[in-house]
Design a protein around this ligand. Structure first.
Ligand SMILES: *Cc1c(COP(=O)(O)O)cnc(C)c1O
Length: 394
């Protein structure tokens, strides 16, 4: 076995993880790893969380899949829970983050073209953003590397510099349908949006009569210490998306929107075979019950302040560390050079973390991570980054 039957789309680490429990993963050689990447912000409740496992097994005994041509009660319950705990009024379930963002873009276009009777279609996005790998969402993404070799790109997307309100204002025309952004640009380097920019942008969208779409695929489901990051900013978007943490490891996505957008997705206008099937919905329902109902995001906020405090203390004075930033348990350590080798060393010492761009070490522990696990991770991070200062040019 070598993976030769697969496309080489991933530069994979030479490690096969075969078992997971809580904050821990084991490889096929029996080595144990402390997981501070959570499958890229997916396993927010840790590996194999009991409540989700119970809900999944119970659903497996009932029915796995029925078409969305039928009512699916557990899907209705999952949607109602999301509506209860957010500012959204209507939910569409799909299977991934890219598909959720694609759905959000389609909803914005459809609202103007079918409900308002205006030929608006353009979506304004920002440099350094990441919105997915479908043709529309990679076009929306403000990073050229994801577009290479995939021309021609679909029409209807404009990218402007992040935090430049005048550039947004200048980009708005009678073709503009929406502005789409991440409140923390995660893949782009763990870059939180400035609150005053977000407030001004929300007002600009309102005044211009265009929609505000938030991509909360990575920042949602408790990751930042609130159920969704928009709560930190005190704004309510017209549309937002969720995916990664929404299914605790089961592949799901969701488009969530305000009441006035409901009729834009009339019967037959948008669909997906696997969106919100009984199994997927049982997992989403249990995950929302845990994270929102049991306020697990409060645990995340507590863990985040302990983790950032420990990082600031233990990395203080390290000249190779430029900045520690983030929101909740989405944390970036910006370094003075490429971090691929320090991340490999951390892995060899039993800690799994992931880069966000070339120079940023990204930490994404699960929301229930313990202080003892944080101490262990910070110990490895501080030691590896200290050794780096001995060898690295500054
Ligand atoms: C991961 C991610 C996506 C893409 O999600 P997929 O499930 O990989 O399609 C989109 N937006 C953001 C902010 C993400 O972090």
């Amino acid at each position: 076995m070598s993976g030769e039957a697969l496309f080489p789309t991933y530069a994979r680490y030479p490690l096969a993880l075969v078992k997971g429990e809580g904050s821990w993963l084991w490889d096929d050689q029996g080595n144990k790893y402390l997981d501070f990447m959570s499958g890229l912000a997916v396993t927010n409740l840790g590996h194999a969380p009991q409540a989700i496992k119970d809900a999944l097994i119970a659903q497996l005994d009932q029915v796995w899949h029925v078409s969305n041509l039928f009512r699916i009660p557990v899907q209705e319950e999952a949607a109602e829970l999301l509506v209860q705990h957010t500012g959204a009024d209507a939910v569409f379930f799909c299977n991934s983050g890219a598909e959720a963002n694609e759905g959000a873009i389609k909803l914005a276009r459809r609202y103007f073209q079918k409900v308002k009777g205006e030929h608006r279609y353009e979506i304004i996005t920002f440099t350094q953003s990441f919105h997915g790998r479908t043709l529309a969402t990679l076009t929306a993404t403000g990073q050229d590397k994801v577009k290479e070799g995939f021309l021609p790109l679909p029409e209807g997307f404009v990218t402007v510099p992040m935090h430049d309100l005048d550039a947004v204002r200048a980009a708005i025309t009678d073709r503009t349908a929406a502005v789409m952004l991440e409140l923390v640009q995660a893949e782009g380097g763990v870059l939180p949006a400035k609150p005053e920019f977000v407030h001004d942008l929300a007002k600009l969208c309102r005044d211009a009569g265009i929609l505000l779409i938030l991509d909360e695929v990575q920042t949602g489901m408790g990751r930042t210490g609130k159920l969704f990051a928009q709560e930190h900013y005190g704004i309510q978007p017209d549309i937002f998306t969720a995916a990664k943490g929404l299914g605790s490891g089961f592949p799901v996505g969701a488009v969530l929107a305000k009441e006035f957008l409901r009729e834009a997705f009339s019967p037959g206008s948008h669909a997906t075979t696997f969106g919100g099937t009984p199994i997927a919905s049982a997992v989403v329902k249990a995950t929302v019950q845990e994270i929102a109902g049991n306020r697990v995001y409060d645990r995340a906020a507590g863990a985040a302040s302990y983790l950032t405090g420990q990082l600031r203390e233990k990395l203080a004075g390290n000249p190779w560390v430029k900045q520690i930033r983030g929101l909740g348990l989405l944390i970036g350590i910006e370094c003075a050079g490429p971090v691929a080798d320090v991340i490999a060393t951390m892995r060899e010492r039993g800690l799994l973390v992931v880069p966000a761009g070339p120079n940023v070490v990204r930490l994404l522990p699960n929301l229930l991570v313990s202080h003892a696990e944080i101490d262990q991770a910070v110990g490895i991070i501080a030691a590896v980054l200290k050794e780096k200062t001995v060898t690295a040019p500054q």
